[in-house]
Design a protein around this ligand. Structure first.
Ligand code: PCA
Length: 216
């Protein structure tokens, strides 16, 4: 049995829902065979989010950690390749904090690569019928903060866990005027179940050798 921790975020930026938490909740409610899945909602707050993630890893002792966040405007599920050691907030977090060009962890490495097989994860999402891509930036807001924070926790405190960050699009209820792409949380959850099974069975160093690169 592989133990999985999946996190989503609380709503932020004046929104009333966050599809990352909606999807995480649905995956844990109906986990794929062979996996036990715990879902935890993280606060959209610099610092506190990583503290809550550390507490959740301690409590559920997962083999695999998938942190989800909302990426409004992206048309598909994006598997993040990297988290960088910088906070640069265009909007305040849910505690009113707005760091500019501060490290996530002072003195720590510039970046951490995901320890998920990112290309196999993208392939699994697509095979499940869910639009997906590799992303080379998780931004510089709280999602990147957690993407980097997760990499640092794995590198320094939880070496037996593997994990990475995945962004999900807006849900249809957030774009009722239809002017931006959206995916129902149930569709995202369906794809994420396939991603989890693939990630659990594929070490990061046995990822697919296919290009998902970008020219810009
Ligand atoms: N998305 C934001 C923070 C929380 C979330 O769900 C981000 O992409 O940074």
């Amino acid at each position: 049995m592989t133990r999985v921790l999946i996190t989503g975020f609380a709503p932020f930026g004046g929104e009333s829902v966050n599809p990352s938490w909606q999807a995480a909740f649905l995956v844990a409610a109906e986990p794929p065979a062979g996996l036990t899945v715990t879902a935890v909602e993280l606060p959209c707050v610099f610092g506190e989010s990583v503290d809550a993630l550390r507490d959740a890893i301690r409590a559920s002792t997962p083999d695999l950690v998938i942190c989800l966040g909302q990426a409004g405007g992206r048309p598909g599920v994006t598997v993040e390749r990297i988290g960088i050691n910088i906070d640069d907030a265009r909007i305040p977090d849910n505690a009113g904090d707005r760091p500019i060009d501060e490290p996530v962890v002072p003195g720590a490495p510039a970046a951490y690569f995901s320890t998920l097989p990112v290309k196999a994860c993208v392939a699994a999402l697509r095979e499940a019928g869910v639009p997906a891509a590799v992303s080379n930036t998780a931004g510089t807001f709280v999602c990147n903060h957690v993407a980097y924070g997760l990499g640092h926790l794995i590198a320094t405190e939880f070496p037996h866990a593997r994990g990475g960050f995945v962004h999900v699009p807006w849900s249809p209820e957030q774009v009722t005027d239809g002017t931006a792409p959206a995916l129902p949380p149930a569709t995202v959850a369906h794809g994420l179940r396939a991603l989890l099974v693939t990630a659990a069975g594929t070490p990061a160093d046995q990822d697919l050798k296919v290009t998902e690169g970008a020219t810009h």
